[in-house]
Write a protein that binds this ligand. Structure first.
Ligand SMILES: Nc1ncnc2c1ncn2[C@@H]1O[C@H](COP(=O)(O)OP(=O)(O)OP(=O)(O)O)[C@@H](O)[C@H]1O
Length: 173
């Protein structure tokens, strides 16, 4: 079973993923990404990646210099990989877990090792996956995932986002 969540930026994909993780407990393994805001100005300054085992890294920031830029954010691929690669490698070895990948977006896809792992996991029927992709095809891999045979692709919007936790849990059972 593959569940692919998509939707406009800021619509609530990560919020939904975190609710699903809470409900699935140790039946899920993987990572999510969330924004980091300046406590004083409340302005967004970057993005962090967090694994289900509690490892976290700031991996994109307005204050990073990097050859990989998305808007004004410099992406540090090594930091991203230090959290994501070990948890996905571990996930591959486990039976009967949902592998959670939030998200497969422009910043994350700068990592070649991540792209390869995503291909390996998403295109192998033996893995159960819940993943998020952007609404737009920011990379050929995102387009391929959107067209993945047998996957359930769900667009998150304001109307359905509250209902989707239960809907998705039903799909998984
Ligand atoms: N069901 C909801 N009800 C009310 N507010 C919500 C809900 N889901 C998300 N939000 C709010 O919307 C904002 C963006 O949510 P979230 O980070 O989950 O979106 P996203 O789709 O993952 O964004 P991104 O495109 O950055 O990945 C957050 O401030 C969050 O608190």
């Amino acid at each position: 079973m593959k569940i692919i969540l998509t939707g406009e930026p800021g619509i609530g994909k990560t919020t939904l993923i975190k609710k699903l993780l809470q409900r699935l407990g140790n039946r899920a393994i993987g990572f999510w990404t969330e924004e980091v805001r300046d406590p004083k100005t409340k302005k967004r300054t970057g993005f962090k990646v967090i694994s289900t085992e509690g490892k976290a890294q700031l991996f994109a920031s307005k204050f990073f210099t990097s050859k990989h830029l998305v808007g004004s954010y410099g992406v540090n691929t090594a930091r991203f990989e230090s959290v994501v690669l070990p948890i996905l490698e571990k996930a591959k070895e486990l039976k009967d877990v949902y592998i959670v990948i939030d998200e497969i977006g422009k910043m994350e896809l700068f990592s070649k090792a991540f792209r390869e792992l995503v291909r390996e996991i998403l295109f192998n029927p033996k893995y159960k996956v819940i993943a998020t992709i952007p609404i737009r095809d920011v990379h050929p891999l995102v387009r391929d995932i959107r067209r993945l045979q047998g996957a359930v692709v769900i667009e998150v919007n304001k109307e359905n986002r509250e209902l989707l936790v239960e809907e998705i849990l039903k799909l998984l059972d």
